[in-house]
Design a binder for this molecule. Sequence first.
Ligand SMILES: [Fe+2]
Ligand SMILES: [Fe+2]
Length: 294
Amino acid sequence: MADPPLGSHRSPSSSLSKRQLATATRRHWQLEDLDFDRADAASVSRDWLSFRIVATASFIETASDLYARNLREFFAGDDEVVPWLASTWEPEELRHGAALRAYVERFWPAFEWEERFRAFLAEYSRTCIIPELEASRSLELAARCIVEMGTSALYRALHGYARDPVLRKLAGLIYSDEVQHYKHFYRHFQRYHQHERQSRLRVGRTLLKRLLATRGEDGLCAYRQVWDFAPTDEPFDADYGVFGRELTALIRRHAPPEMLTHMILKPLDLPPPVIGAAAKLSGPLYRLWLSAGN
Ligand SMILES: [Fe+2]
Ligand SMILES: [Fe+2]
């Protein structure tokens, strides 16, 4: 399977084009599509930045069932969101986790994935709870757009950084899924927003809050179980800071700021004359997100 096209981040249109129809009916990728034998195991296993990104992401993605359970409960009675979460979103996030885990176990076999994941889950499950969701359904959907923007940025950056063709392909496949997740959450946001009519200020505050939190709790809990496997002379806090700065540099280098700022601002539904001015503000917004957690 060829790498997916990167940069297809246009908003969903009301009617499906031939290309979209073909994409919709195409078989979704599977772990078996990745040929790990193509990788240069010796050089991969020395790439500690890839290890730290992939291992951290593998924990967060594998724990998606916790968040999925919360979302299903939060959207109970919605016969569009709940089936999509169960049939598409959760299985795809878990597939990301399984593929990333398989990559870690293949190239860093001494990393005790199962044991460390259990330690991560014990801590993370205390914060991944329904009271932590937003105050309304439309606001939670706006927040989900920011989370999917963040994962899109991460995998886009990993795709750009990775020299190993297998990791490059995997990051590209996950990136494509994350962009689709963004589009779905955005569509459901629009649906709820029509009824809730939250003020632009309230939506903006929610976006900003989640923007500053995307590098927060789950990443910190996951990294706590990953950092000491890679060579480091730093204590945990300092090492986490270094990791954050390395990620920021990767995202700056490989993820187009126009794409990310478009994804950040879209739920605000700004009128056309304001979009130009908002685009100027989006630079600082983008930098604010990148600096959060550093
Ligand atoms: Fe994912
Ligand atoms: Fe996602």
